[in-house]
Design a protein around this ligand. Structure first.
Ligand SMILES: [Zn+2]
Length: 443
């Protein structure tokens, strides 16, 4: 067992000619590899000078791995050579320090690791132990390349060849390519081996790039940036299975459409509320001007605004708005401005909840005293918040879909339609005898 171990160790460092091959049945052959591919190697025996074809599967597994690695047929396991010899110092305080020994001078030993350089007095050390330490524990990532390059004989082809392979293992493909190319230039016999590795690097780089694109696509899609997600997906078109790509695309488009449908309708209503709020605050406008604005201009303004916000054509915005899910309902009351529009509004879509309303039982004489035509006076006297609520009811009744109409008993006269003022019966000045306020529920 001990002998075999020595052979492996030897093979790992010796050139590819004159090597010992250990088969899984225990046979040991001595020779030179004259040819190899993914399935087998061809060995020229140096003892009998015969030629033997050996399938890779016939080799002892550990030697197979080392040899294939050496020939560039497989990548080395990362833990094999990402470590360098270091030491662990166990201190009398109970703690320990791990790193690379830089030097020993007098009563000190100097050790470095990625957190810094430490001088430790020998008298504080209880025990020392040699250990293989990951390179990344000794150097910071930015230092690894520079530090490791000092460990290879870069004046020779083999140094570049070894270092290039090492760099591949830590996935520093950019530097790996440089050193592999250099190895090929210095020793053309390395060409085919180098080309195998360069090919691998190219494939691996592509894989990494595709993985990043896929992550980008998913990140954008999850954060509802659908346009960017679709753009990333377009770049993946040549690498994904056509059916898979199509599925991703359709899913994303349908999510985008659903998202736009929701957000556009929310934004629409929000814009309407803002613009109507501004209208209500403008004390110079007459009621008629405000009504005209709502019926003739408001929707066009909202459309233009949303087209800008969503970066879409107005027609598309309009389409989404019309397709909106009508689960959100808006409830606005005409309040004591109900008399302007009357109790009979737009025919509601749903009748549930509508209130039966009895016609007012007030004498015609009394009603005549009422000032049903003074809508402009009401408008001018109403508070801005009352005006806003009235205009919102007006907008939703005329521009949204009316789901229900509700009549609420006039709070001023408790639904009597009249009040007593200075011992006289007068028509209720709030509802003007209508006895109710109208509430529009729309969607
Ligand atoms: Zn009333």
């Amino acid at each position: 067992m001990r002998n075999i171990f020595i052979i492996w160790l030897f093979c790992f460092t010796c050139p590819l000619f004159g090597l010992w091959i250990t088969l899984s049945n225990g046979t040991v052959l001595y020779g030179e590899i004259v040819e190899h591919n993914d399935n087998k190697l061809v060995l020229q025996r140096l003892d009998t000078f015969g030629i033997v074809e050996i399938p890779w599967t016939a080799l002892h597994p550990i030697q197979r791995q080392q040899l294939q690695q050496k020939l560039g047929l497989i990548l080395a396991k990362t833990e094999v050579s990402q470590t360098i010899p270091g030491i662990v110092l166990y201190l009398r305080t109970g703690s320990s320090i791990m790193g690379e020994e830089v030097e020993r001078k007098g009563i000190y030993v100097v050790v470095r690791n990625k957190t810094g350089i430490f001088s430790i007095e020998l008298q504080h050390i209880l025990k020392e132990e040699a250990r293989e330490i990951p390179v990344t524990d000794i150097y910071r990532m930015s230092e690894v390349y520079g530090e490791m390059s000092k460990r290879y004989k870069l004046e020779k082809a083999d140094g570049h060849w070894q270092f290039g392979q090492w760099l591949m293992q830590i996935e520093d493909f950019e530097h790996a390519q440089i050193h592999l190319q250099r190895a090929k230039t210095l020793d053309t016999s390395l060409s085919s081996n180098v080309n195998v590795l360069l090919d691998r690097i190219q494939k691996r780089t592509q894989e990494i790039q595709q993985k990043k694109l896929m992550q980008k696509f998913q990140l954008y899609r999850n954060s509802k940036h659908y346009d960017q997600a679709l753009a990333a997906l377009d770049q993946l078109k040549s690498v994904l299975e056509p059916s898979q790509w199509q599925q991703y695309r359709e899913e994303t488009l349908s999510q985008q459409s659903e998202y736009l449908r929701q957000t556009i309708s929310q934004e629409w209503v929000q814009q309407a509320q803002q613009k109507i709020g501004a209208l209500a605050l403008n004390r110079k406008l007459t009621l008629q001007q405000a009504q005209q604005f709502i019926l003739q201009k408001l929707d066009a303004l909202i459309l233009a605004e949303l087209a800008k916000i969503f970066g879409m054509e107005q027609a598309k915005i309009q389409e989404y708005w019309e397709k909106r899910e009508k689960s959100a309902k808006y409830r606005f009351s005409y309040g004591d401005g109900t008399f302007i529009v009357g109790l009979q509004g737009q025919e509601p879509e749903e009748n549930a909840g509508s209130v039966e309303w009895e016609p007012p039982n007030i004498s015609k004489q009394l009603l005549r005293q009422s000032t049903l035509s003074n809508s402009e006076e009401w408008w001018q006297a109403a508070s801005s918040s009352m005006r806003k609520e009235w205009l919102l009811a007006y907008y939703s009744e005329n521009r949204l879909t009316v789901a229900q109409q509700e009549l609420k008993t006039c709070p001023s006269c408790s639904g009597r339609g009249t009040q007593i003022s200075s011992s006289k019966i007068i028509v209720c000045p709030a509802c003007h005898g209508l006895r109710a306020e109208r509430v529009v529920i729309s969607k």
